[in-house]
Design a protein around this ligand. Structure first.
Ligand SMILES: *Cc1c(COP(=O)(O)O)cnc(C)c1O
Length: 356
């Protein structure tokens, strides 16, 4: 694939900005979008010239395969601005590699790296005003690919659309969540698509999650589909346990999404001298640890909320409360990550990517 410069993107600028109508102090997640979007179509066997245009509705035929067979993948990443107005992404190479891994699993053609990075940079420059400085403020970026070919035979499409849309996100204090350990439903299985950010993985969780919510639990911690004995991850977050002072998380496999936040937390634990282990974690181990008082924390890790502490879990109709600890790992990892992301601390692993 040939290298393109940002000049090779067709740009149609918005005539007026919608930004003055947005209350940045009261943002519901993912409901407001910036002035522009990035669009690149795949047809005749190749990705066509990328475009940036005003954020708008689009027409797609009802027969587009995405509507029938769910050939769709996405990513979630954020842009941050420091007090001097410099804009950063966090480990965007990881998101780039992952969307192509997801695409490959869904028989979607991979997207070229230069298109991805030039598209992001050009889009972020145009919509830079939408990125507010300050820890916790960020611009959530949603790259995604859908099968647009109008043909309802059950086979991979010949036409796709790759897009990036952007939504401002406010620092939100994440309330601790109450979770249910899955006993019946499963999110993914061996040989399946759990490791991919494939759209259907999320839709499939809505029903079991709504049942959990009726019982007072906001989220489900998924267990292995074969035995429901081992804890794997939450719906959009990887999950960590602290037993005594040891940090534990499940190993990646084809049922678990390889999270950027997860791998960063493991590296930070190493840097901070926190004892950590990547290994299978059984429901029984966590229940025993909760009973004998050695379970100190459970928390989720993902781009949207960074770190989400868990305050209680339910399994086999028993509820286990997790008392808040002083000097929690959850808050330590959250502030350490936010400081790196917002250019407030040293970035010794080169995770920040400046958008210039
Ligand atoms: C996106 C996602 C995560 C978190 O990944 P990050 O790269 O840290 O944002 C974890 N689990 C699932 C199922 C996800 O979709």
């Amino acid at each position: 694939m040939t290298l393109i410069s940002t000049n090779d993107i067709d740009i149609e600028k918005a005539k007026t900005s919608k930004i003055t109508a947005v209350d940045f102090n009261n943002l519901a997640f993912g409901r407001v979008f910036t002035d522009h979007m990035f669009v690149c179509d795949f047809k005749d066997g190749k990705w066509q010239k990328p475009q940036i245009m005003p954020y708008q509705s689009m027409t797609i035929e009802p027969s587009a395969r995405v509507f029938h067979y769910g050939q769709a993948v996405f990513e979630g990443m954020k842009a941050y601005k420091d007090e001097s107005g410099n804009v950063f992404l966090f480990r965007p190479d990881q998101n780039f590699e992952r969307i192509n891994k997801s695409s490959a699993r869904m028989a979607i053609p991979e997207f070229p790296k230069d298109y991805f990075f030039n598209g992001l940079k050009t889009l972020l420059k145009l919509d830079s005003e939408w990125i507010k400085p300050g820890v916790g403020s960020s611009l959530y970026l949603r790259p995604f690919v859908i099968a647009t070919e109008p043909a309802i035979s059950a086979s991979p499409a010949n036409e796709y659309r790759f897009m990036i849309i952007c939504s401002p996100a406010k620092a939100y204090y994440s309330e601790p969540v109450r979770v249910l350990f899955a006993e019946k439903f499963s999110r993914s299985a061996d040989g399946g698509v759990g490791f991919a950010k494939a759209a259907g993985n999320y839709g499939a969780q809505f029903y079991p999650t709504s049942l959990a919510q009726k019982k007072g639990f906001q989220q489900i911690i998924w267990t292995d589909a074969n035995t429901h004995e081992y804890l794997e991850e939450a719906g959009t977050m990887n999950i960590f346990f602290r037993i005594g002072d040891k940090l534990i998380t499940a190993p990646n496999n084809d049922r678990i999404l390889d999270g950027v936040t997860r791998k960063s937390v493991i590296q930070l634990a190493e840097d901070l001298g926190i004892d950590w282990e990547v290994r299978r974690v059984s429901v029984k181990e966590i229940k025993d640890a909760a009973k004998n008082g050695s379970l100190k924390e459970i928390f989720g890790a993902g781009t949207a909320a960074v770190i989400s502490p868990v305050s209680a879990f339910e399994h086999a109709d028993e509820v286990y409360e997790i008392a808040e600890v002083e000097d929690s790992y959850a808050m330590l990892f959250k502030s350490t990550l936010l400081n790196i992301q917002h250019n407030l601390s040293e970035d010794k692993h080169g995770w920040r990517y400046e958008v210039k």
